[in-house]
Design a protein around this ligand. Structure first.
Ligand SMILES: [Zn+2]
Length: 319
């Protein structure tokens, strides 16, 4: 099956009350972990590439690895640019094999965001490539995208923003955050066991947006849950992650049943892979064959993405 755009995926996800996992890819083992999980569960997938991933692995390598995954899985897969910040970057991905791009103009003024997004949409749609725009700013750090403070999406802006540039989906800010340290402890509460609980997502803003643009696919970035057992394993085997905290999976499951059709998960994969590699190397200090620690890490990733597709996104058996 060739790459697909997100249009049909999102239509079905909206109607079916589930979301598509958008997972970041950087190398072969990650792509295999994600797509083998998708294949086993028959889940549609969005594989997304950031500017940082292109710098690390090279655009052509990533496209060819994803092409290999298409041959091996026969799933509906979209290849998506995550956080494109310029027209030129988006154009380069559109011209070279991607089926979807994000243009993130959320750091600009509203009018400049509209103008930049419109320019990308006009180009992308000529080549049947779908476009995600963003309104509102997420806090946190992810590759080259970072912001100290979040600004929630203003529901009163969404109709105009969706119409003017003509985007296919819209990323919004309702309290999710990039990275593995999503909230300083001071912003959190503690439950009876002393576990940090992050501030509640602004489901009221999501509902208001849904009312204003019914049927329109919404995207959540920064939606890793930062499982504390993975953080503990990294720290047990020599790591030093402090105050790592994510978004509880139940909250994301609730969002996936709404207008949210795409949920971005990156940090959880990074944590799981690092924990698995640290564990193997600590338990087998004589091991020096990269396959012997990358292989188990790939197995752990596959289990993680299966769990996400079934329990968080609800995308199993929807391909
Ligand atoms: Zn993001």
């Amino acid at each position: 099956m060739p790459l697909v755009t997100t249009t049909e995926m999102f239509r079905k996800a909206y109607e079916g009350g589930y979301a598509i996992g958008a997972f970041n890819v950087n190398n072969m083992e990650i792509i295999q972990g994600i797509t083998e999980a998708g294949k086993e569960l028959n889940s549609p997938l969005i594989l997304q590439v950031s500017a940082g991933a292109r710098k690390y692995a090279n655009h052509t390598y990533l496209v060819k690895l994803v092409e290999a995954a298409l041959l091996e899985t026969d799933l509906p897969i979209a290849l998506h640019l995550d956080h494109g910040d310029t027209f030129e970057l988006c154009k380069d991905c559109i011209d070279n094999g991607f089926s979807s791009v994000m243009i993130d103009g959320s750091h600009h003024s509203y009018d400049d965001n509209v103008a930049l997004t419109k320019k990308v949409v006009e180009y992308a749609h000529k080549y049947d490539v779908s476009v995600e725009g963003e309104l509102g700013v997420l806090a946190g750090v992810e590759d080259e995208v970072s912001s100290e403070h979040s600004h929630y999406t203003k529901p009163e802006e969404v109709e105009d923003f969706v119409k003017k540039p003509g985007v296919d989906s819209l990323a919004i800010s309702i309290g999710t955050s990039h990275g593995a340290n999503k909230f300083p402890p001071a912003q959190c509460t503690r439950n009876a066991d002393g576990i940090l609980i992050p501030p509640m997502l602004r489901f009221d803003i999501l509902e208001e947006i849904e009312k204003r643009i019914p049927g329109f696919p919404i995207v959540l970035h920064g939606s890793s849950s930062v499982p504390q057992d993975q953080v503990a394993m990294i720290n047990k085997y020599g790591g030093s992650l402090k105050d790592a905290i994510g978004i509880p999976e139940e909250w994301l499951r609730k969002a996936a049943k709404s207008a949210v059709c795409k949920i971005n998960i990156d940090s959880d994969g990074r944590l799981a892979m690092t924990a698995a590699i640290r564990k193997t190397l600590a338990e087998k200090p004589g091991e020096f064959d990269p396959r012997k620690y990358l292989g188990p890490a790939r197995d752990v990733l596959k289990e993680l993405y299966k769990h996400k597709n079934i329990n968080v996104l609800g995308s199993a058996n929807q391909a």
